[in-house]
Design a protein around this ligand. Sequence first.
Ligand code: GLU
Length: 305
Amino acid sequence: MMNYKEILENIYKDIQPYSKTGEQAGYIPALSKVNPDQFGMCLCTIDGCDYAIEGADVRFSIQSISKVFALAMSLSVMGEDLWSRVGKEPSGTAFNSLVQLEAENGIPRNPFMNAGALVVTDILLSVLENPEDDFLAFVRAVSGSDDIGYNVEVASSERETGYLNAAIANLLKYHGSIKGDVEQVLHFYFLMCSVEMSCRELAKAFLAFADHNNRFCYSGVSLTSSQVKRMNAVMQTCGFYDEAGEFSYLVGLPGKSGVGGGIVAIYPLRYSVAVWSPRLNAKGNSVMGMKALELLTTETKESIF
Ligand code: GLU
C-alpha cells in the first residue's frame, strides 16, 4: 500500500521553491484579494481513505472546475444530443478565446472552455426547473457536504468586469447557440463559477468520476459508467485550457483546473486528488498545483500512461 500521506508531505516540501511564482487571477476583482500564499491538497482513494495536508479544508473559489459538474448535469439530461450543441475537441486556445468561435460559426470546441460552458449553462437553464438550487443540490450530494454554497460577491464582482464573457455570450446568441436570455446565462454561469469548496470536498466529489464502475447517481443526476468514462476523456483532452497537452505530458491524469487556483485530477479506479494554491501561471493554472501533481505521479509511478 502506497504511503500517500508521507508522499504528499514530501511533495509539499519539494515545491517550496515555487511558492512565490505566479499571481492570483487579477481579472476577477474579488479573487485578486485572496491571500496568494496558501496551499492545500487532499487525495481520496476509492477504498475510502483520505490523505490531507496543509489547507485541505480551506474553501476557495472553484471557478472552472464547476464546468465538470455542469457538464455532468447536462449529459444526464440530454445524453448524446448534447454533442450537437458543443464539441469535444481540445481548443489549443485560451479558456476565454473568441477566435475559434467566430471561425466555427458559434459552435464551441468543448464544454470546458468558457464558450462551451456558456452553452451548457443555457441548456441547464432551459431543462431545469430550479437551476440554481438543483446545481447546488447536485454539488452537495456528490461531495457529501451540505453547506457548500455560491459566493454572490465573487459572482457579481466577475459580472462587473466580465466584458469578454459577455462578448462570447453575445456571439453565441448571434449564432443561435444560446437560446435563452444572455444576461440570465451570464448570471448563472458566474454563480456556478463562484461556488466555494475545499480540496477535501473536491476530491470527494471527483471520486464519483474516478470510480466509474460504481453507479453515478446524485440528487437526480445520473450517468452510465460509459458516460463517466467519456467525461474523463474530455477532462484529459480539454481540462487545462491551452495547457492540456502540457498537463498530460507532466502529470498524465484527466482533470480540471480553475482560475481560483484549484486543480482536481483522477486516477481511474484508484483515487481522486485535489490541490489548491492561488498563484497561477500565464495559462491560468496553479503553479504549485501543477508541480505537486507532476511530483505525485512521478513519485508514485501512478498515471494513466
Ligand atoms: N469565471 C471564470 C471566467 O469565466 C472561470 C475561468 C476559469 O476558471 O478558467 O473567466
